[in-house]
Design a binder for this molecule. Structure first.
Ligand SMILES: C[S@@+](CC[C@H](N)C(=O)[O-])C[C@H]1O[C@@H](n2cnc3c(N)ncnc32)[C@H](O)[C@@H]1O
Length: 267
């Protein structure tokens, strides 16, 4: 709402500040205070998961499924791994239980999420840095794998983010990239940007349906919680894609797609 009135030169600063404050804020309220994962989760074909009451462990499993679905596409053992937009560090905690990376780093713009991630990963050799996905803070070609999950829709310039990833990724590195994308023409423009930067798409998966299964399953429970505790904040209902919100409608009618790209550098 306010975004519309922000002068153009200030829009990008506003967006960054908004998400930083937003994620710091949701760390203080309702069931979201304890949520380790901040993604929609996935129920893959043939998987049968039932839920008839709020069960944090089951919610968590859906999100873990999603991380593992991405991680599976890269060689991680013995490699330098970076997650940009790492949220509360639960993806990195999961990484450390399934893989043996040489180095694991998480970057996020929210101070609260970084604090949460450090606490959750006490005892794990994971480094957490508060930083902006659009700014290069690591040396060129320093990571083998860069993962980004449900974060890039917050960025003021996705192009700056792609440039950053391209710079810090090794020549034979893998960029695991998954998010919600609006409209096919925007997706086509983004794929052109990948190409112009020097990436090629090794694999592209439309995960809208399996993600919707997870959203639908959780919505039956979340509706109750969001109504009781956080309904005044429309943004939150939309964020968790409750039925009737623009996000839910977009995913249902096909104007929003949930895509997963495996990107590599052209030789
Ligand atoms: C929907 S959450 C996803 C977090 C995590 N990937 C997960 O699946 O649990 C989006 C995350 O992106 C982070 N974020 C937003 N803008 C960012 C930016 N410019 N740079 C780095 N992180 C950012 C937010 O703070 C938040 O933790």
């Amino acid at each position: 709402m306010i975004y519309k009135y922000v002068p153009k030169p200030l829009k990008k600063h506003y967006k960054k500040l908004f998400w930083r404050v937003f994620y710091n804020y949701i760390g203080t309220i309702g069931i979201l205070r304890k949520a380790r994962f901040l993604n929609h989760g996935i129920i893959e074909d043939g998987e049968n998961i039932e839920l008839d009451e709020y069960n944090p462990l089951l919610f968590r499993r859906l999100s873990q499924n999603l991380y593992l679905h991405l991680m599976r596409e890269a060689t991680i053992d013995g490699k330098n791994y970076l997650e940009i937009g790492c949220g509360r560090g639960a993806g990195l905690e999961l990484l450390m239980t399934h893989y043996k990376p040489a180095k694991a780093v998480g970057v996020d713009i929210s101070d609260a999420n970084i604090r949460y991630g450090k606490k959750l990963n006490k005892g794990n050799a994971v480094e957490f840095i508060r930083g902006d996905a659009e700014k290069q803070i690591f040396p060129n070609k320093s990571f083998d794998v860069v993962l980004n999950l449900e974060s890039s829709h917050c960025y003021a310039s996705k192009m700056n983010f792609y440039k950053n990833v391209f710079a810090i990724l090794k020549d034979d590195g893998t960029f695991l990239y998954s998010d919600l994308f609006w409209h096919d023409d925007q997706t086509a423009a983004m794929e052109k940007q990948f190409d112009e930067l020097g990436f090629y798409i090794e694999k592209k998966t439309d995960n809208t349906k399996p993600i919707m299964r997870s959203i639908e399953l959780q919505a039956s429970i979340r509706k109750h919680y969001v109504k009781g505790k956080i309904s005044p904040n429309k943004k939150l209902s939309d964020m968790v894609a409750l039925p009737g919100t623009p996000l839910y409608d977009g995913l249902t009618n096909g104007t929003i797609k949930y895509l997963f790209y495996v990107l590599k550098k052209k030789k």
